[in-house]
Design a protein around this ligand. Structure first.
Ligand SMILES: Nc1ncnc2c1ncn2[C@@H]1O[C@H](COP(=O)(O)OP(=O)(O)OP(=O)(O)O)[C@@H](O)[C@H]1O
Length: 257
């Protein structure tokens, strides 16, 4: 039985693509207010697991509870209501190229509310500023912006409906080190200011050490270890060891101190 501080609970999740088993007997809890990083080798099933949490993919078996809702058994109306309570930042930002940043950020508000257009612009502008974008970026198009700004705009859009939960797919990948650092700092601030719960896939050792409260490691089709990086350092499983060996991992660890 989970406590009220568990916002997502996965139990005995199994995922198959025909005969190919991606997850089997996978258990994971996400706690309220934490940043949980999901890591694992290529093809270990991170993206598929994220898609199952955001209801884009249905596991073959098991149970997923999110914000008190039994996701796989809920009626479509309940699932629709749940969708408004989380935001997603996809890997490449997934902004509409023909819309300005302000219009992009306002998309979920236009879809899910009856607010008038001027009010939607005001709310979108607040989100734009909340993620640290300058006022003049509001009327620019995605093609005119840096990768870091696009990620921030994608985050602002994910936050448009004031979600309790955020899902981020490799938020710092493709960013230069200083933009990636900036994004990490932003995430920490948003967590602190808004009490958001964040689940993110990342390969970035700096994010693992500096932003994640806990790290869940996918290997052998399940979560083989979960805990703060400092605790995972003692885990011998090969899927875990790779985050502690090699130059990048060592640098991130040293920088933290
Ligand atoms: N729709 C699908 N049909 C068949 N196989 C799939 C499908 N989606 C994913 N897979 C397979 O499931 C496995 C897990 O894929 P997934 O994309 O979840 O892994 P990942 O850990 O996110 O990998 P990466 O880090 O490389 O993005 C892979 O072997 C992939 O080929």
């Amino acid at each position: 039985m989970s406590g009220s501080d568990t916002v997502i609970e996965l139990r005995q999740v199994e995922t198959r693509f025909n005969d190919f088993v991606v997850h089997a007997g996978l258990d994971l809890d996400v706690r309220r207010g934490e940043v949980l990083a999901l890591v694992g080798g290529s093809g270990s099933g991170k993206t598929t697991l994220l898609q199952e949490m955001i209801m884009l993919h249905r596991p073959s078996a098991g149970r997923i509870r999110m914000l008190g809702v039994d996701v796989l058994r809920a009626r479509e109306r309940e699932r629709q209501a749940l969708r408004r309570r989380f935001g997603v930042l996809f890997q490449h930002g997934a902004l509409f190229s023909s819309l300005t940043l302000l219009q992009n950020i306002g998309v979920p508000l236009r879809e899910h509310t009856d607010f008038d257009p001027a009010f939607i612009d005001q709310l979108a502008y607040l989100k734009l500023r909340q993620v640290g974008l300058p006022a003049e970026a509001a009327h620019r198009y995605p093609a005119e912006l840096s990768g870091g700004m696009i990620k921030r705009a994608g985050l602002a859009r994910a936050m448009a409906l004031d979600p309790e939960l955020l899902f981020l797919d490799e938020p710092t990948s493709g960013l230069d080190p200083s933009s990636a650092d900036g994004f990490d700092v932003l995430l920490l601030q948003l967590k602190q200011w808004l009490g958001l719960t964040v689940v993110m896939i990342t390969h970035d050792p700096d994010s693992l050490w500096q932003v994640a409260d806990r790290v869940a490691v996918l290997g052998d089709r399940r979560i083989v270890a979960v805990g703060p990086m400092a605790e995972l350092a003692a885990v011998e499983h090969p899927a875990v060891r790779q985050y502690f060996e090699g130059a990048r991992a060592g640098r991130a660890r040293a920088d933290r101190g």
